[in-house]
Design a binder for this molecule. Sequence first.
Ligand SMILES: Cc1cc2nc3c(=O)[nH]c(=O)nc-3n(C[C@H](O)[C@H](O)[C@H](O)COP(=O)(O)OP(=O)(O)OC[C@H]3O[C@@H](n4cnc5c(N)ncnc54)[C@H](O)[C@@H]3O)c2cc1C
Length: 335
Amino acid sequence: MSSQPRDVYDVTIIGAGPTGLFAAFYAAGMRGMKTKIIEALDRVGGQLAVLYPEKYIYDVAGFPKILAKDLVRQLEAQAMAYNPTLVLGERVEELRYVEDGVIELRTNKNKHYTKTVIICVGRGAFQPRKLDNPSVNRLEGKGVYYQVRDKWQFRGKRVMIVGGGDSAVDWALNLKDIAKEVILIHRRTKFRAHEGSVIELFHSPVKIMIPYEVKEAHGKDRLEAVTIFNNKTGEEVTMEVDALILQLGYLVDISIFKKWGLEIIDNAIKVNGKMETNLPGVYAAGDIAYPVDSVKLNLIVIGFAQAAIAVNMAKNYIEPGASIFPGHSSEKRMI
Ligand SMILES: Cc1cc2nc3c(=O)[nH]c(=O)nc-3n(C[C@H](O)[C@H](O)[C@H](O)COP(=O)(O)OP(=O)(O)OC[C@H]3O[C@@H](n4cnc5c(N)ncnc54)[C@H](O)[C@@H]3O)c2cc1C
C-alpha cells in the first residue's frame, strides 16, 4: 500500500542556472507540468550570477550583447511567469526511487517528491578553491574575497587579484576603471584566460606580476598589505592593498552523482541524444551533461536546447500519450 498524500511534482529541476531556469519555463509554461526548481544558493543564475555578473555575453541568440546579470533577470522573469515552485538555499544530496516510480530527493533540509528529475547543476555546487594559507583565510570577508558580488565595493581601492584564468583576468579588466589600482599576480608566466582578454590586459593599466605567489596577508582586523614572492628568484615584495581577490577556480565535486548510480564520463553525467541518463525518469542538461555521440560544449545556448529536449522527454515519460513536440509558443495561449 502506498502512503501517497505527499506533494508529488511532475518534474523537479536541480539547479537554477540558465539551463535550470529555462527548463522551468519550458516545463511549466510550454508543457503545463507541475514544476519545482531546487537551488543550493540563495539566488538564481548559476555561474552568470556568481562568477561574472558584470560581464557582457555576446553569443546568446537575439541579444547582440547583454550583461550576465540582466540575462539572469530575464530568464527568471520568463520562468517565474508560470509559477514553478522555487526552493532556494537547499542542496540536493540524495536521489532514490520510492513506490510507484516516485523519486525522492533529499536535500540538506527537506525531502521532495517528483515523477521526473532534470539535473542542471553545471559544475556542481560552487566551492571556490581556497589558498592553504592561514594568514589569508583569517581575513576572509575583511579584505580577502573568493567571490565578488558587487564590483562597486572596490571603487577607489587598491586591489590585488590572484589567478591566471578567465575570472581573474576579467575581474582585473572590470575593476581597472573603478579601483584606484589593480595588481594581478599569477604563479605562471602564461595565462589560461581567453587570448583576447589577455591581449587587452597587457595593454591596460593593470600592474601584472608574474610568476608571483602570495606569501602572507597582513592586517589586524582588516587587510592592509600582502607579501608576494617570485617563485623563480625567491624575491619578496610587500604591497599595501585594501582588497585581495583570489580567483583560483572552483572545486568540482560530482561524487554524489556516482552514489546515485549515474554513469559519469569526464566529470559529467552521461546522457544520450534525448538527454536521458541511465536512471529512468532522470535527465541531465547544460554543463553537467555529457552527450555521447555528440560534442560537449559548455555554452548557455547549448544548455537551453538540452533543457527543451529534456523537458519534452520528461513530459512523454510521465504521459506516454503526450506528443514529444510541444508545438510552437507563438501558436499557444501564453501569458
Ligand atoms: C567567466 C565565464 C564566462 C563565460 N562566458 C560565457 C559566454 O560568454 N557565453 C556562453 O555561452 N557561456 C559562457 N560561460 C559558460 C556558461 O556560464 C555556462 O555554460 C552556463 O552557466 C551553464 O549553465 P548551467 O545552468 O548548466 O550551470 P550553472 O550556471 O553552473 O548553474 C548550476 C546551478 O546549479 C546549482 N547546484 C549545483 N549543485 C546543486 C545541488 N546539489 N543542489 C541544488 N543546486 C545545485 C548551482 O548552485 C548553480 O546555481 C562562461 C563561464 C565563465 C566561468
